[in-house]
Design a protein around this ligand. Structure first.
Ligand SMILES: Cc1cc2nc3c(=O)[nH]c(=O)nc-3n(C[C@H](O)[C@H](O)[C@H](O)COP(=O)(O)OP(=O)(O)OC[C@H]3O[C@@H](n4cnc5c(N)ncnc54)[C@H](O)[C@@H]3O)c2cc1C
Length: 507
C-alpha cells in the first residue's frame, strides 16, 4: 500500500520506499514527523542550513494527501482575498497575497538547484462563474484581488467546454508531479546527510528543557526541535478542534476529441470543480476534482465519484476514466493556515496545518517559515499564521454546530448499531457497525466472504467510525482519523490502530 486509501491515485506509481536507519542514541537537531510535501520540504531546507535532521514517517514518503492531491500551484486560494481583507485586515491580506508566488518560486528554485524532472509547467488559471450568483462572487473576488495587488483579468473565453457567464484569467500559475518532486527532494536530503525512518509512527512526545523525546513505534528518537508535518498534529491538541477534516474526489480521464485545456480551471460552485491536465506514461489525461464533504458525513462515498463523473461527462468528451481517488484536507476555522509553534509547546515543537485545498503552496511555504523560526526565531509570516492566534470569526458558531451534529450522529449510530444483532446481516462487499454481545464492532465482508472485524471506537477521542465505501476505510466523523479494514491507522490525528478482533473468520 502506498497511499492512505484503496483506490490508486494518478501519482501513486512513482512512490518508492526509502530505507535508512535512525540512530536512537543520537540527538538530532530537528526531527520532522510526516513525509508529505510539508515534512520533506522542511527537512531539506533545514538540512541545507546545516541542521542534522531525520524524517519520521508512519508509512512511506508521500503516503498521505500528497499522493492524493491534484497539484495545482496557484497563488489565489480557497480563502478568497475579500475574505482575507474582511477577517484579517488589508495589510495582512496583502501579505497573504504574496505567499503563492513565493512558494511557486521556492519550488522552481528547488527544481533548478537539484535538477528535478517533475513535469513542472507554468500555466494560466481561469476562474469562472456558472450563474449570476457566482458572477457576483467573482466580481467581489476580482475587486478584493485588486486591493491586495493581485492580477485577475476578465475574459470572454475559457479553454473548458463548460457554459459560463463570466470569467477571469490569472497569469503565472503552475502545475507539477508532486511525487516525482518530493522523491527528488528526499534524495537531495539523503545526499546532504539527512535520515529517513519509514514505517515509524510517532505516538507521543516529551518536551524537556534541552531535548524533545519522541516515543515512536520503533523506540525513542531524540531531537533539539521537532516538527509535526503530519497534516494535522497527532493526539489531542486545540488544533484538532479548530480544523475540520474534509474529503475531496478526483478523476483522471482521456478525451475522445483530444482537446485538452492547457490551463488550470476552477468554477465557483460550492463545493467547486477544479481541472488540470497531466501526462502519465506518454498519455495525456484531464484531471477533474470536486464533490467535497466533511469526512465521515457522506452516507455513500461511492456516489460522490458517480456524481463527479456524471458532471464531467455532461461537459467533456470523456473517453476512459483511468484513475479515481479521494483524499483528505483540513479547513481552519478562520480561513488561514496554522504554521508555527505547536500550541502548548514550550517552544521546541512546531507544526503546520489547516491548508484547505492549497497545501502544495502552504506546505512549501511552511518549510521557509518553520526553518526561520527554528534557526532565527522569526519570519515575516509568523504572526498571521501563528497557530496560537485567537481569531473569533463569523463562521465559528457554524463550526461549533458541526461538532454538535457529530455528537448527535454519534448517538444515532449507537441506536442504529443496537438494531443490528447479527453479523449475518452483512452481505459480501458490505460493511456495517454492528452490536454483538454488548460491544460495537466495525465489520467488513470481502467479496469472497472473508470478514474483517475491529472495534468501532476511534482511539483518538472515542467517536464511532463510519464506513467509506469508496476507499474501503473506516473514517472518524469527529476529527478525521482513518483506518483500513484491519484497523491499521491510515490518517491522523490518531496514533493508534482500531482494536482488531483476532477471531477473523470466513463465512
Ligand atoms: C483531492 C485533493 C486535491 C488537492 N489539490 C490541491 C492542489 O491542487 N493544490 C494544492 O496546493 N493543494 C491541494 N490539496 C491540498 C494538498 O494536497 C495538501 O494540503 C498537502 O498534500 C498536505 O501535505 P502535508 O505534507 O502537510 O500532509 P500529508 O501529505 O498528508 O503528509 C503527512 C504525512 O504524515 C504521516 N503521519 C501522520 N501521522 C503520523 C505520525 N503520528 N507519525 C509519523 N508519521 C505520521 C502520514 O503518513 C503522511 O505521510 C488537495 C487536497 C485534496 C484532498
Amino acid at each position: 500500500m502506498y497511499r492512505d486509501g484503496a483506490r490508486k491515485s494518478i501519482w501513486q506509481e512513482e512512490t518508492k520506499k526509502f530505507t535508512s536507519t535512525a540512530d536512537c542514541n543520537k540527538i538530532y537537531d530537528v526531527a520532522i514527523i510526516g513525509g508529505g510535501i510539508t515534512g520533506v520540504s522542511t527537512a531539506l531546507q533545514l538540512q541545507q542550513s546545516g541542521k542534522k535532521c531525520i524524517i519520521i514517517e508512519a508509512s512511506n514518503i508521500g503516503f498521505g494527501t500528497t499522493v492524493g492531491t491534484t497539484a495545482h500551484l496557484n497563488d489565489f486560494f480557497d480563502t478568497t482575498f475579500p475574505q482575507a481583507i474582511s477577517d484579517f485586515g488589508l495589510e495582512n491580506a496583502k501579505l497573504f497575497a504574496e505567499v503563492g508566488q513565493e512558494a511557486i518560486s521556492m519550488i522552481a528554485n528547488n527544481i533548478h538547484q537539484f535538477t528535478i524532472d517533475c513535469d513542472f509547467e507554468r500555466k494560466p488559471a481561469y476562474l469562472f462563474a456558472l450563474d449570476e450568483k457566482q458572477e457576483k462572487e467573482l466580481k467581489d473576488i476580482v475587486a478584493g484581488a485588486a486591493e491586495v495587488g493581485h492580477v485577475m483579468n476578465f475574459t470572454h473565453e475559457i479553454p473548458f467546454p463548460v457554459p459560463f457567464v463570466n470569467a477571469v484569467i490569472i497569469p503565472d500559475q503552475a502545475q507539477f508531479h508532486p511525487v516525482k518532486y518530493i522523491k527528488a527532494l528526499c534524495e537531495a536530503f539523503l545526499n546532504l546527510g539527512g535520515e529517513i525512518k519509514e514505517d515509524c509512527v510517532c505516538e507521543s512526545h516529551d518536551e524537556q528543557d534541552e531535548v524533545v523525546i519522541l516515543n515512536t513505534s520503533q523506540g525513542e528518537i531524540k531531537a533539539k526541535n521537532a516538527v509535526y508535518a503530519t497534516h494535522i498534529p497527532p493526539g489531542i491538541n486545540v488544533l484538532n478542534f479548530i480544523n475540520a477534516p474534509y474529503r475531496s474526489y478526483a478523476l483522471a480521464f482521456s478525451l475522445k476529441n483530444n482537446d485538452y485545456p492547457q490551463a488550470l480551471g476552477y468554477d465557483l460552485t460550492d463545493p467547486y470543480h477544479y481541472y488540470r491536465t497531466q501526462e502519465i506514461d506518454g498519455k495525456m489525461l484531464l484531471i477533474a476534482g470536486g464533490e467535497d464533504h466533511k469526512t465521515g458525513h457522506e452516507e455513500n462515498t461511492g456516489e460522490c465519484f458517480s456524481r463527479l463523473e456524471n458532471y464531467v461527462r455532461d461537459h467533456f468528451d470523456v473517453d476512459t476514466v483511468f484513475y479515481s481517488w479521494s483524499s483528505q484536507y483540513y479547513e481552519p476555522v478562520d480561513g488561514f493556515p496554522y504554521i508555527g509553534k505547536l500550541p502548548g509547546s514550550n517552544g521546541k515543537i512546531f507544526t503546520a496545518t489547516g491548508f484547505r485545498g492549497n497545501g502544495m503552496i502552504f506546505g512549501t511555504l511552511s518549510s521557509q517559515i518553520l526553518s526561520d523560526l527554528i534557526i532565527k526565531g522569526e519570519n515575516k509570516y509568523a504572526d498571521i499564521f501563528n497557530p496560537s492566534r485567537i481569531k473569533p470569526v463569523a463562521g465559528f458558531t457554524d463550526f461549533v454546530k458541526e461538532t454538535a451534529v457529530v455528537a448527535f450522529d454519534f448517538i444515532k449510530d449507537k441506536l442504529f448499531a443496537e438494531k443490528i444483532r447479527s453479523l449475518a446481516e452483512v452481505k459480501e462487499g458490505e460493511a456495517k457497525v454492528v452490536k454483538y454481545e454488548g460491544e460495537s464492532y466495525a465489520l467488513y465482508k470481502e467479496a469472497n466472504g472473508k470478514i474483517h472485524l475491529v472495534k468501532s471506537t476511534c482511539p483518538h477521542a472515542k467517536c464511532e467510525v463510519r464506513w467509506n465505501c469508496a476507499e474501503l476505510s473506516w473514517d472518524c466523523p469527529c476529527h478525521g482519523s482513518r483506518f483500513n479494514v484491519n484497523g491499521k491507522m491510515l490518517t491522523g490525528p490518531t496514533v493508534k490502530d482500531l482494536q482488531r478482533i483476532e477471531s477473523e473468520s470466513e463465512s
